[in-house]
Structure formats: structure tokens, C-alpha cells
Write a protein that binds this ligand. Structure first.
Ligand SMILES: Nc1ncnc2c1ncn2[C@@H]1O[C@H](COP(=O)(O)OP(=O)(O)O)[C@@H](O)[C@H]1O
Ligand SMILES: [Mg+2]
Length: 105
């Protein structure tokens, strides 16, 4: 399940199709984090993208089901943790996205 979680997060970080874009993966005891320098997710949508089948309008033309982050959230829960989303580069344009999954140690 953790492998699937990481795969989903990496896929999302790469999807926006940004040649030259960079992603950063951080693994620490009790924490797994994937950050990118893409368009990010507006604060108002951050709760909803964790819901099953929810996708931002801009993603409608790209392949996907809207299940990736819902699965990430479910796996985190099963490990006693939770998922939070944040700007990866606060104040920058684009802001990027950091998805952080806490996991019980
Ligand atoms: N790293 C990211 N950067 C920008 N938007 C993202 C990122 N990850 C997810 N999203 C947005 O959240 C939506 C839901 O993601 P997900 O549940 O993985 O579904 P899917 O990838 O199948 O569209 C995506 O459609 C996209 O709009
Ligand atoms: Mg996805």
C-alpha cells in the first residue's frame, strides 16, 4: 500500500507536463512527502481533491480517475496518519504542491 501511495504521489507531481520541472521526495520516520513546482492546488480545493473522483477543472482533459489522492488518504489513515496539502514554494508563481502523509511510527 505504501508503494502504491508513493506511485500515486509521484504520478501527480509529474502529470502537469512541465519539461524541466523538479520533484522532491522526502522520507523520514513517520512522514512521507512529495513536493513539486507545478501549478499547485488552490487552498479552497484542498479538502476536495482528497475526495474520490474529484478533479480540478484544469485536469479534465488529462487522463485520470480522481481516485489517486483518495487512495493516498485511505492508506495514510490505515497507517494511523493523515494527508495534508500545502504550497511547496509559498509566495512563488506557480506555488507548486507539497503532499505530506503522516504515518504512525
Ligand atoms: N501535484 C499536483 N499538482 C497540481 N494538482 C494536483 C496534484 N495532484 C493532484 N492534483 C489535482 O487533484 C486532482 C485529484 O488527484 P487524483 O486523486 O490523483 O486524481 P487524478 O490524478 O486521477 O486526476 C487532480 O485531477 C488534479 O486536478
Ligand atoms: Mg492522480
Amino acid at each position: 500500500m505504501l508503494r502504491q501511495m508513493l506511485a500515486n504521489l509521484i504520478e501527480n507531481a509529474l502529470t502537469p507536463g512541465r519539461p524541466g520541472g523538479a520533484i522532491r521526495i522526502t522520507l523520514r520516520p513517520g512522514r512521507l512527502e512529495v513536493a513539486d513546482d507545478g501549478p499547485g492546488v488552490p487552498a479552497a480545493e484542498r479538502g476536495r481533491v482528497l475526495d474520490r473522483f474529484y478533479r480540478l477543472d484544469r485536469s479534465r482533459r488529462s487522463p485520470g480517475t480522481g481516485l489517486g489522492l483518495a487512495l493516498v488518504a485511505a492508506v495514510a489513515r490505515l497507517h494511523g496518519g493523515a494527508v495534508t496539502l500545502a504550497d511547496a514554494r509559498p509566495g512563488a508563481v506557480p506555488p507548486g504542491l507539497t503532499v505530506r502523509a503522516s504515518l504512525r511510527r
